[in-house]
Design a protein around this ligand. Structure first.
Ligand SMILES: NC(=O)c1ccc[n+]([C@@H]2O[C@H](COP(=O)([O-])OP(=O)(O)OC[C@H]3O[C@@H](n4cnc5c(N)ncnc54)[C@H](OP(=O)(O)O)[C@@H]3O)[C@@H](O)[C@H]2O)c1
Length: 292
């Protein structure tokens, strides 16, 4: 198949390119190649005539989204609309990457594809609008991922949580992490492989959750990182209320998929994925550990 990947040098985009390129023709598009919020610049996609267009582009600095709602909606909602309409015109399948932040967090157990979204911040509202626009192309998959960590690091966020933790430990800083906010850490390599399976199996169009199995608080996630590395930095658990941030965040946004299982797709546990990530990044060698 001919697959176009928008945001191909991003954290998830990089792993999508790797996952698809062995068996498919991959056309990667970076922000320099096209701007999803500008329909005319997306026309370059039409010329390549892809069968599938995967849109990973997003403005996802959650606190900044509160201050820049126009930019947030231009990229996350209008961008999704442009890609859906263009895909429809060329009879291509649209894949929109969405988020756990479309939920409000009040369920207190993992959200499935059947739960009703109710976003509580600008980023989540814009991504839900992006989901709605994506549905304008009947041939669509909306794939919700969460708390991503990948070897490339999020370009939009300047890294990822794992790297931030390791960096702070190396500097000998005291690390304060919230222990009352739950989520599903997800390795982009695993999310990319799952998206590839969805495409190759041609399962029914619709919404799917693609996160590593299990859930934890951010503090538990940090603890596991340091446990796997065999280091003991100064790590404290704090409450979300102690943080001064612009955007409200769902206190419980772990996801699980009941729909993928029906098609034989199951993702491994986040701890196992984290172990592989640390190896792949070369964080588990002696030189690295001496630096902490
Ligand atoms: N990171 C997370 O924890 C997380 C959690 C849940 C959902 N998600 C969703 O997962 C997707 C991928 O996240 P990620 O961590 O891989 O993000 P990322 O590394 O920031 O990748 C996003 C890519 O999109 C590009 N991009 C940004 N604005 C664009 C625009 N207007 N037009 C075209 N390209 C644009 C970025 O390029 P530049 O950097 O050059 O602008 C980057 O290559 C996003 O849709 C995000 O909403 C992420």
């Amino acid at each position: 198949m001919r697959i176009a990947i928008i945001g191909s040098n991003g954290q998830l985009g990089t792993d999508l390119v790797k996952a698809f390129k062995a068996q498919h023709e991959v056309l990667g598009f970076t922000h320099k190649d096209l701007d999803v919020s500008d329909y005319n610049s997306c026309l370059v996609l039409k010329e390549c005539n892809p069968e599938v267009i995967i849109n990973t582009a997003a403005f996802h600095k959650t606190d900044q989204c509160e201050e820049e709602p126009l930019k947030t909606f231009s990229v996350n909602a209008i961008g999704a609309r442009n890609i859906a309409l263009l895909s429809k015109e060329i009879d291509a399948t649209t894949i929109f990457i969405s988020t756990d932040y479309v939920f409000d967090g009040s369920k207190n157990e993992p959200y499935t594809e059947e739960d009703a979204p109710n976003p509580i911040n600008t980023y989540g509202i814009s991504k839900l609008a992006g989901e709605c626009y994506t549905k304008q192309n009947p041939k669509h998959y909306i794939i919700r991922v969460a708390s991503l960590f990948g070897v490339a690091g999020a370009s939009g966020k300047g890294g990822n949580f794992v790297e931030t933790m390791i960096d702070k430990a190396r500097k000998g800083e005291t690390i304060n992490v919230v222990d009352d906010m739950w989520m599903s850490p997800t390795y982009t390599k695993d999310a990319a492989e799952t998206i590839k399976k969805i495409v190759e199996l041609g399962i029914p169009f619709g919404i799917y959750h693609a996160t590593n199995e299990g859930q934890c608080t951010w503090f538990q996630f940090a603890s596991e990182i340091f446990k796997l590395l065999g280091v003991t930095p100064k790590l404290n658990s704090i409450k979300t209320i102690q943080l001064q941030v612009k955007a409200k965040r769902p206190m419980f946004s772990a996801l699980k998929s009941i729909k993928l299982l029906k098609h034989g797709i199951k993702m491994r546990r986040w701890e196992e994925a984290l172990r592989e990530y640390l190896m792949e990044k070369g964080h588990q060698n002696k030189c690295f550990l001496q630096q902490i």
